[in-house]
Design a protein. Structure first.
Length: 382
């Protein structure tokens, strides 16, 4: 149905049928006669334009073999004039990734492609984002205050990580109050604040802590991690440190430069931060194995960090809980002689860590892909 709508929109645009009713474009025509929102009409228009530019993708979309969410994502990418002309050369790459990846995996892959395609130019992307950084705090007519901000990738990732720590503290405080009043029967409905209120209070507390700390102080135990694959880090370090180095293209399938929870970073900005700032770099191989710490009973210290650093979210099929909020757990239980090292570890959220006790099994195949097996031996699709 979505493909038919897009084909109709293209026909209206090609034959200028919108002009008969005084509309300026097919997008405005569809918004009026289709009774859809401006954002929906704009989304359909972007899909129409990317279908024109990528005929093989268009054919797969019409045949029902290219998802609506995936084509909308490519439509958004195509609206970026800095990468638009590079998309036809990558068309078969988009097709192959869409066939074998989940929607989340496809989105991550496309984000990486955009990061590399938009890396260069008259003004590099990271520089543009950093130069356009902005924060405003102003009082509205009713006396309330409105806060808005925009940051480059590296600054934003660090702020997001710190802010999440404060939000987690507010959540724990709410649960403590709920359990004090309702005991073990406490549920999320008993939490005294909404998620929005906790975010606001977390930001207020962050501001209070900043005001009471010496300039430049770093909270104890806080480390911002940037996850690289070895080839990307080596290439970016050479570009930064060796004036005679001839830049080599980065392979989008091997490329890795992101935060613990999978937030994409600009590699140029990240390599400068890795050299100049208090940031820990973590190099991983194709199987995401970092260290081996022997036979400890629980994953602690570097072993625990290694498991979480190598994966952006819970390993359970379909679960998107960020790795930073997961537990480092054994694939083969310690009671069954499973070793305590990253090869035998996986990040699992609290819920799915408990579900393992119901007979489910999480494992990683030789390619590094995670699978979740039901008690009856069947596999939950990724």
């Amino acid at each position: 149905a979505d493909a038919v709508v897009v084909e109709l929109l293209d026909e209206i645009q090609q034959r200028s049928l919108y002009a008969f009713d005084g509309h300026s474009s097919a997008k405005s025509f569809v918004r009026h006669h289709g009774n859809v929102s401006a954002s929906e009409a704009a989304g359909r228009d972007k899909v129409m334009r990317v279908c024109r530019a990528l005929p093989a993708v268009r054919a797969e979309f019409r045949a029902g073999r290219f998802g609506s969410d995936q084509i909308r994502l490519l439509g958004k990418v195509h609206s970026n004039p800095r990468v638009r002309d590079k998309m036809p050369a990558a068309e078969h790459w988009f097709l192959s990734r869409q066939k074998r990846l989940s929607l989340h995996g496809f989105e991550t892959a496309v984000r990486k492609w955009v990061e590399l395609a938009d890396e260069d130019g008259a003004t590099p992307k990271a520089q543009r984002q950093h130069e356009n950084r902005n924060v405003s705090l102003h009082q509205d007519f009713d006396g309330s205050w409105d806060f808005r901000g925009s940051f480059g990738a590296a600054q934003g990732a660090q702020i997001h990580e710190i802010f999440d720590h404060y939000i987690d503290a507010e959540v724990l405080d709410d649960w403590a109050k709920a359990r004090a009043e309702h005991g073990d029967n406490a549920t999320a409905d008993h939490l005294p604040r909404t998620a929005a209120q906790r975010r606001a209070d977390a930001f207020w507390q962050l501001s209070q802590d900043a005001a009471s700390s010496p300039h430049g102080a770093v909270p104890p135990g806080y480390v911002h991690n940037i996850i690289w694959n070895g080839d990307t880090f080596e290439e970016m370090a050479s570009r930064l440190l060796d004036p005679d180095h001839e830049p080599q293209p980065l392979d989008v399938d091997d490329y890795l430069c992101e935060t613990l929870d999978g937030k994409q970073l600009n590699p140029t900005e990240a390599i400068v931060s890795a050299v100049q700032s208090r940031i820990r770099r973590v190099l991983v191989d194709a199987k995401s194995v970092i260290i081996d710490l022997g036979e400890a009973r629980f994953f602690t210290g570097n072993a625990k960090h290694a498991i979480k650093l190598a994966h952006t979210h819970c390993a359970w099929a379909g679960c998107q809980v960020p790795s930073s909020k997961c537990e480092a757990d054994h694939l083969v239980e310690h009671s069954k002689h499973g070793r305590t090292n990253p090869r035998n570890g996986a990040p699992l959220c609290g819920k799915h860590n408990r579900w393992k006790q119901k007979g489910f099994h999480v494992y990683r195949d030789p390619t590094g892909t995670w699978h979740t097996q039901r008690p009856d031996g069947t596999i939950i699709p990724n």
